[in-house]
Design a binder for this molecule. Sequence first.
Ligand code: NAD
Length: 490
Amino acid sequence: MSLKLQQYIHGTWVNAKSGNTRDIINPFNQEVIATVPEGDEADAKAAIAAARAAFDNGEWSSTPATERGAIVRKIAELIERDKDELARLESLDTGKTVEESRGDMDDIAGVFRYYAEIADKDGGELIDSPVPNSTSRVVREPIGVCGQITPWNYPLLQASWKLAPALVTGNTLIMKPSEITPLTTIKVFELMEEAGVPAGVANLVLGAGNTVGAELSSNIDVDLISFTGGIVTGKKIMQAASVNVKKLALELGGKNPNIIFGDADFETAVDQALNGVFFHAGQICSAGTRLIVEESIHDAFVNALVERVKKFKLGSGFEENTQMGPLISAEHREKVEKYVETGIKEGATLAAGGSRPEDPELQNGFFYLPTIFTDCTTDMSIVQDEAFGPVITVEKFRAEEEAVKLANDSIYGLAGGVWTNDIVKAERCVAKMRMGTVWINEFNLYFPHAPWGGFKQSGIGRELGRLGMEEYTETKHIFQNLKPEPINWF
Ligand code: NAD
């Protein structure tokens, strides 16, 4: 592979100071696909120092937004140029199908393009000053040095949501990708170098969460920490970030309800309910893993789901007819297995799946069958906890209010959906649903123009959209007295 397989600090490709390395494993067959440096606190400190110096010299933050936007646009073009290689790397690293990875790369280029386009549109805001003979205006400035930590499920997509807005607003940054899926992020740092991002502005450190991630979260030279990952880690980061009251952006988990009314288009709702949860083997923060189905269609709906999942084609992401790849790691599959055991103990009915596939060709990968639990209730931990795997729980409801109440019965509030042909009913429901994104007759759709993030314990702040850019700015009010004169109080 033509990848540098190093860290990128102050414009230089480097190994870990300790000399340590980590093997990157293909979850389809457990083969080692690459060996990368395993950085630690020392590497993180060097990268933070580089980003601090690059911010404090003021060159990048005072570069006109249009110029920064042009560099970010160039990154989008390079991602499009190298789309096939990037998609191949993402599929090798995560096990997802190449077709999905190619779609991810289009989305990622789209994120860089979106922020390049709006980079120079924020000229500040004039306020109608209540003070005579004065001007009052609000401008936005970069926050400074940003630490960015990403998970393994959408490695480069999640990175793009952080890199593009941080760059166009004039910040400097240190990115730490998930230690198990760093390859496409490394590649994009190569492309950022080619696009002309100056040395020190964007730095890449590879390594574990409790070393590199913890250093980024607690180092007082980091002004903002943007994290996407699990809720337990999010809480640790929030605590660590209090050391210097860092700005904080947290995109955490979800346990996303998908309400299906009896009057929804049956075939479409079944099909999309499956897409909503089993895409990428359920390893999606916004997966619609909690199906809440109206009693009148419940049994027919469950039967249709069960029939469909039995036919899923599991396999290599590089084979054309594969619909679902493996889970990311042996450890993660064990977590999903424990979750399913718990569901059985809690009295839910296993209607499909619930084990590893028997197909001999899949024995080297971390595969798990698509799994459906029925007879679920909100007091079960499988209805409350994130499985982050190919598992659906199905609850039944009779009345609209009950459906909304069930949907909101969660510590999370990332996303949710409603399926019905009665649009007034749909609007009534979504108005009461406590989630950052709600879909009507749709699930899991997003685009760079609309903000993404969670209510409740699904996070703090928003990514994407204009809000996702504002997260990377401080707001400054500038007041000017046009006719200064003594007050004569003292
Ligand atoms: P994770 O929390 O285990 O790890 C995420 C990242 O945090 C990794 O880079 C990891 O190395 C790092 N990390 C671990 N411990 C750390 C520490 N003490 N300090 C600093 N960094 C640390 O999550 P994961 O298993 O990689 O990803 C799955 C989770 O991510 C799920 O809960 C999922 O819902 C969530 N997620 C959320 C969104 C969203 O947009 N809300 C998107 C994708 C994934």
